[in-house]
Design a protein around this ligand. Structure first.
Ligand code: FE2
Ligand code: FE2
Length: 197
């Protein structure tokens, strides 16, 4: 797999995360129960896999390498702004999730059941993140197609990028941790609340 396909391949996994976030949000809006632990897993996957690992590879390796080619700089500038937007949504999601946990402790709820009012901000940011993924990966996929069509990355550059990706993976927690992320995505996909009702 070359450096461009590697990122496109991540997008397939990231769109699975999008589907999970969307379903979770819909359930919360419909006042259907989703365990808060599961929502925390979504938040961790967003932070570690989507943001740290995948956006890390794009920001530290792929984009710096392609930005001076064929007038791609403007596209890349927009992608970086979108990453910032995604990061902000992820931070707000985390903050609201922590707030929910705090309120759960405060009200000493024995079950995990939180009502709609408390969960609404979480539902909102999950939905925003799902929209962000949809929009952003769609645009990037088109950009990656163009790069492949024009054949702008040399074999040598490709090798260097793949090496650089390994460093990004280590920074994001290492290969084992990233494999764990995939297992967690699968775990969430199989949860009861993910099934069609
Ligand atoms: Fe991106
Ligand atoms: Fe991407």
């Amino acid at each position: 797999m070359n450096a461009t396909q590697n990122l496109k391949n991540d997008h397939i996994t990231i769109r699975r995360v999008k589907e999970i976030a969307k379903r979770c949000s819909n359930n919360l809006y419909a006042n259907q129960h989703v365990p808060i632990e599961d929502i925390e897993i979504i938040s961790v996957i967003i932070e570690e896999f989507v943001d740290h690992f995948h956006h890390g590879k794009e920001e530290k390796a792929y984009f710096p390498d392609t930005k001076d080619k064929d007038g791609f700089a403007e596209d890349i500038r927009k992608f970086l702004i979108e990453h910032e937007l995604g990061r902000r949504i992820a931070i707000m999601l985390r903050r609201e999730l922590n707030e929910c946990k705090r309120r759960m402790k405060e009200t000493s709820l024995k079950t995990n059941k939180l009502d709609y009012i408390i969960m609404e901000p979480v539902a909102r940011f999950l939905k925003s993140y799902a929209v962000f993924i949809d929009d952003h990966t769609g645009k990037e996929d088109k950009f990656f197609d163009l790069i492949e069509e024009r054949n702008v990355i040399s074999t040598k550059e490709d090798e260097m990028l793949l090496k650089h990706y390994e460093m990004c993976e280590n920074e994001a927690g290492g290969e084992a941790r990233m494999q764990e992320m995939i297992i967690l995505i699968k775990y969430l996909e199989e949860r009861e609340w993910m099934k069609d009702r």
